[in-house]
Design a protein around this ligand. Structure first.
Ligand code: NAD
Ligand code: IPM
Ligand code: MN
Length: 351
């Protein structure tokens, strides 16, 4: 059989709790496929930092990069924990992985499954995917501060947008749209104010659009996009946007389509040069960690994205259908993390 080497980073807080259920779903979904998954667990995150002082060593990174794919739970401690003040786990671990492994596509689907309560009275059919740029924008750390702590402090955080980086993510978004039924790309930015980056993005979208005549294109300023995500989310098919806008829009997207407990994501290196990384959109949720009540669905749906990426669409479909069937019946029931895992696992086995 084909062997897939999977790096597993359970992380902090509810990370390990949801990853445990995700791995059970993974094992069950590939039963009967001609594939063996070889797992290596990496102990990384706030807990590891507090123990050893390491966030992500070069050796960790090299070892992770030698795998075929990565499954991550969530990393990060309680916001404001003074013991973590010097660490910056988010930058030093999560972003370092995304940047070093060239995860330039951050794929975040939003589907409102039948039976799921949305905070919107009449959401319509919500089924869109955000293609969030993953390696540039204000995230790169191109900034600095002077006169820190004085009344004259200056703090700069410069958004980096390269022709190369914008083109490759925009082309990927059009490819994704071309493979979907509605074949529609909505480019979201703030071109009226961020004129330099906006102009580069706009010209790139216009040029790439010519390569995909079957795909229709429209544009929204990011502030207006938040209105339409709430008033008319069914209008969206594929949204392409920069790293920071994409971060914000995808929490909103999660909130309108069943909540953060259902939102899955893939940090993809489409070139296949580096392993792609799959993770729930949510964080380590220190407020509910250890209680056994975290919803593992987002992590399990991230496994479906992982299976799709590995070229195992039937296994991915089994996971997706099992989740959809479970969601249709949960109707507000209060269940533990493992009860949700058991219910979904039972359905994967039955399909
Ligand atoms: P969060 O996503 O951890 O939590 C926000 C709220 O959603 C909390 O009330 C939490 O209980 C709830 N929630 C999240 N996931 C849930 C689930 N699966 N089931 C039920 N409820 C869930 O965001 P935060 O509180 O801003 O961040 C906590 C820590 O996680 C911080 O250190 C942050 O930097 C980090 N973080 C990490 C990632 C990641 O690893 N990818 C993503 C976001 C935040
Ligand atoms: C996410 C998170 C991360 C981001 C943080 C923790 C660095 O919010 O995955 O959405 O901003 O990308
Ligand atoms: Mn986020």
């Amino acid at each position: 059989p084909r062997t897939v080497r999977l790096a597993v980073i359970p992380g902090d807080g509810i990370g390990p709790e949801v990853v445990e259920q995700a791995l059970r779903a993974l094992d069950s979904a590939i039963a009967g496929e001609d594939v063996a998954i070889e797992r290596t667990e990496f102990s990384l995150g706030a807990a590891r930092y507090l123990e050893t002082g390491d966030v992500l060593t070069d050796a960790d990174l090299t070892s992770i990069a030698g795998h075929d794919a990565i499954l991550l739970g969530a990393v990060g401690g309680k916001p404001g924990d003074p013991r973590l003040a010097g660490a910056n786990i988010e930058r030093g671990l999560l972003l370092r992985l995304r940047f070093s492994l060239d995860h330039y596509v951050n794929l975040r689907p939003s589907v409102l499954y039948p039976g799921v309560a949305s905070p919107l009275a009449d959401p319509g059919e919500v089924d869109f995917v955000v293609v969030r740029e993953g390696t540039e924008g204000p995230y790169v750390g191109n900034g600095g501060a002077i006169r820190v702590g004085t009344p004259a402090e200056v703090a700069n955080e410069v958004s980096v947008n390269t022709a190369y980086g914008v083109e490759r993510v925009v082309r990927h978004a059009f490819r994704v749209a071309s493979a979907r039924d509605r074949k529609k790309v909505t480019f979201v930015h703030k071109t009226n104010v961020l004129v330099f980056a906006g102009s580069l993005w706009k010209r790139t979208v216009d040029r790439i659009a010519e390569e995909f005549p079957e795909v229709s294109v429209d544009y929204l300023h990011v502030d207006a996009a938040t209105i339409f995500l709430v008033t008319d989310p069914a209008r969206f098919d594929v949204i392409v946007t920069d790293n920071l806008f994409g971060d914000i829009l995808t929490d909103l997207a999660a909130a309108i389509s069943g909540g953060i407990g259902l939102a899955a994501s893939g940090n993809i290196n489409p070139d296949g040069r580096y392993p792609s990384m799959f993770e729930p959109v949510h964080g380590s949720a220190p407020d509910i960690a250890g209680k056994g009540i975290a919803d593992p669905t987002a992590a399990i749906l991230s496994v479906a994205l992982l299976l799709d990426h590995l070229g195992l669409p039937e296994a991915a479909g089994r996971v997706q259908r099992a989740v959809a069937a479970d969601i249709a019946e949960r109707a507000g029931a209060q269940r533990s993390t493992s009860e949700v895992g058991d219910a979904i696992l039972g359905r994967i086995g039955a399909h």
